[in-house]
Design a protein around this ligand. Structure first.
Ligand code: PEP
Ligand code: MN
Length: 338
């Protein structure tokens, strides 16, 4: 349920309410919106407890949350969340956040070369898998521990924030200094132990939609992170499995619209994994902006034909720069900046 706090309630009144919620055995999650403060109340409720809360000073209304996800839904927070990443970079506001880089960190030289052109083309965040979840155990699994100092050096040199995938609970600590955003891959979207641990970190988490997960499944996975106290969750649509064979996955553009309606969390679209083809990426990126996405995750490589992973879907430096330029007009038409 959610307690709507009376407009203009004193801070002390809000604190008293939060304490009362805790004293009754619930977990309070205060959400301070522009116009209203609400307190999401998580835990099994009884009529008696509800009545005790209803009479508390400062309570305007108590309403049940009907959806299976609570904290990440619009029922507790009607305006979109703008999530801080690093410095003054945020996601979920006016700016479309461009995250770009190789599928995998392959070495220092490879990463610095890509990072430099991503930055000069106007990219905001560098991506790169240090640990790679691969369908086959025989495929390249990423540089793993060896890749961390390389990514740290590239971050220091370019000043770009870095997003990288955490595949296992045991790697959260290991990646803490290098990851400005922890990415949870599609294959791990319902790894609930991992989600729970990521709910305790002081970093944003980008959660990629599982290839057979519904929008509601994705939102419930996001709830696992939020309920532990980390409200910096970013959702990512990266294509789902369908019968279609002309693309690697099928970009579910309507999911972007649905996620934005049902949740206040920012939504990123990954047209690279959705399509599997470099030539499709620009058109899908523009469609994502039109659908209301708050950011894009784009794979790019200096020499895609030599990439250890996902070369066919990686944009060359010139294709990436062209996309950045072309997106300007689309962003403007959507009332956004880039
Ligand atoms: C990736 O971003 O490189 C990746 C592995 O994506 P996904 O989890 O969406 O397959
Ligand atoms: Mn990839």
């Amino acid at each position: 349920m959610v307690i709507i706090v009376e407009s203009g309630a004193e801070e002390q009144t809000i604190q008293n309410l939060i304490e009362k919620v805790s004293a009754l055995g619930f977990t309070p999650h205060p959400i301070r919106g522009v116009e209203k403060t609400v307190i999401a109340v998580i835990g099994p409720k009884t009529q008696e407890k509800m009545e005790l809360l209803e009479v508390m000073p400062g309570v305007e209304q108590i309403i049940p949350i009907l959806k299976p996800y609570k904290l990440v839904g619009r029922e507790v927070k009607s305006e979109p969340s703008e999530i801080p990443i690093t410095g003054d970079l945020t996601i979920g506001g006016e700016r479309i956040v461009m995250m770009a880089g190789p599928c995998a960190v392959e070495g220092y030289d490879q990463l610095i070369e890509i990072a430099r052109y991503v930055r000069s083309a106007g990219g905001h965040v560098l991506r790169g898998g240090i640990f790679k979840p691969r369908t086959s155990p025989h495929s390249f699994q990423g540089l793993r521990e060896e890749g961390i100092p390389m990514a740290l050096a590239v971050k220091a040199e370019t000043g770009l924030p870095f997003i990288t995938e955490v595949v296992d609970v045991r790697d959260i600590e290991l990646l803490h200094d290098v990851a400005d955003i922890y990415q949870v891959g599609a294959r791990n979207m319902q790894n609930f132990a991992l989600l729970t641990e990521l709910g305790k970190v002081d970093r944003p988490v980008m959660l990629k939609r599982g290839m057979s997960a519904t929008v509601e499944d994705l939102l419930q996975a996001a709830e696992y992170v939020a309920v532990e106290g980390n409200d910096r969750v970013i959702l990512c649509e990266r294509g789902i499995r369908t019968f279609e064979t002309s693309t690697r996955n099928t970009l579910d553009i309507s999911a972007v619209v649905a996620l934005k309606r049902f949740s206040h969390l920012p939504v990123v679209v990954d047209p690279s994994h959705a399509s599997g083809h470099d030539w499709m990426v620009p058109a899908l990126a523009k469609a994502a902006v039109a659908a209301g996405a708050d950011g894009l995750l784009i794979e790019t490589h200096t020499r895609p034909q030599e990439a250890l992973v996902d070369g066919p879907q990686s944009l060359t430096p010139s294709a990436f720069s062209r996309l950045m330029k072309d997106l300007e007009a689309f962003c403007e038409a959507a009332g956004r900046t880039i």
